[in-house]
Design a protein around this ligand. Structure first.
Ligand code: BTN
Length: 325
């Protein structure tokens, strides 16, 4: 949607009741037929707009599509989401965000898609990404920190998502499954895929890719035992724009605090409190091999503390954990 259409939408949203065509013409310095074209554009995008002779236009229902015009009025951030690229369909928002980052896109720029045809998960898995129902989001970060701290970014994202979801209520409990999944009742609600381009001593950028099952009801059979959605957990539907804005509103301050503090310190108690794995027997698959043991908690840098059968304590900095039955 172009900026003028978005501005007219905001004006309609802000108005209590009907807004006359003449008023819109005056405010935006355009002709009646130009106003009409923008109204038609909005209708074409799924907005219900009443037009009554002598009274003007009134905004009714808005479509649940997380475009900039819907998300930005809900943001309290200064950078995150202030530039938002929306695609109806893309192969992967992470791939697209990487391309934009290489072209110089600023920190906080966000790519959102309604649907992905090649959504990617961790460990080269596919991320099922049907249209009209979930959030597929990639945030560009440019953290000027030592690369050894970068594995902490997924934890920041997970904490932000967890806090955002808690704010929606809905009567279901969520936990953070180290390092960056959000689970509800043990089933996956959200996954995060962080990818980066870096030199040995400096990251050029990090892409934080978030896949969150929002209103997903028809989970494929192959995932039914392991995946869930906000709608399945609560029995109600959520606005994807509101959920996305809530995540970005949490993520930016957590990220800024992390940059300022130089470590995860202030966030550790939160991550510990909502950890799903602590006390459980797990196997962690890493690119360097797997490790099995009982999770005793998190280390100061967010690493998973795992005690193996011989009593040895391992500090695991990355990997994919599976709970042993
Ligand atoms: C996981 O395996 O748990 C991570 C899943 C991450 C999926 C998201 S959806 C938006 C972004 N684009 C992708 O291709 N992947 C991430």
């Amino acid at each position: 949607m172009n900026q003028q259409t978005a501005d007219i939408l905001q004006r309609l949203r802000a108005s209590d009741g009907f807004l006359s065509g003449g008023e819109l013409c005056r405010e935006f310095g355009m002709t009646r037929s130009a106003v009409w074209k923008h109204i038609s554009q909005l209708r074409g995008r799924g907005y219900t707009i009443e037009a009554v002779t002598g009274r003007g236009y009134r905004l009714g229902k808005s479509p649940d599509v997380p475009v900039a015009a819907e998300v930005s009025p809900l943001l309290s951030t200064s950078r995150f989401g202030r530039s938002l690229v929306f695609e109806e369909t893309t192969d992967s928002t992470n791939r697209q965000a990487k391309m934009l980052a290489r072209q110089g896109a600023a920190e906080g720029c966000v790519v959102v898609a309604d649907r992905q045809t090649g959504g990617r998960g961790r460990m080269r898995r596919e991320w099922v990404s049907p249209g009209g129902t979930n959030l597929y989001v990639s945030v560009i970060l440019r953290p000027a920190v030592s690369p050894v701290r970068l594995p902490q970014i997924p934890l920041l994202a997970a904490a932000a998502i967890h806090q955002a979801l808690a704010g929606f209520g809905g009567g279901f409990d969520t936990h953070i499954k180290w390092p960056n999944d959000i689970v509800a009742g043990g089933r996956k609600l959200c996954g995060v895929l962080c990818e980066m381009e870096s030199e040995p001593d400096m990251a050029h950028f990090v892409i934080v890719g978030i896949g969150l099952n929002v209103n997903f009801r028809h989970i494929p059979d192959s995932l039914r035992d392991v995946a869930t959605s906000m709608a399945i957990c609560s029995g109600r539907e959520y606005s994807r724009s509101a959920v996305l804005a809530a995540i970005l509103n949490r993520f930016e301050p957590l990220y800024d605090e992390w940059l300022r503090c130089g470590d995860l310190g202030p966030l550790l108690p939160y991550l510990e409190e909502h950890a799903w794995l602590t006390g459980r027997e797990v196997t962690v698959d890493r690119y360097s091999g797997s490790l099995t043991g009982r999770v005793t908690g998190l280390g100061g840098d967010g690493e998973l503390l795992l005690r193996d059968a011989d009593g040895r304590l391992h500090r695991v900095t990355s990997g994919e954990a599976t709970i042993r039955k």
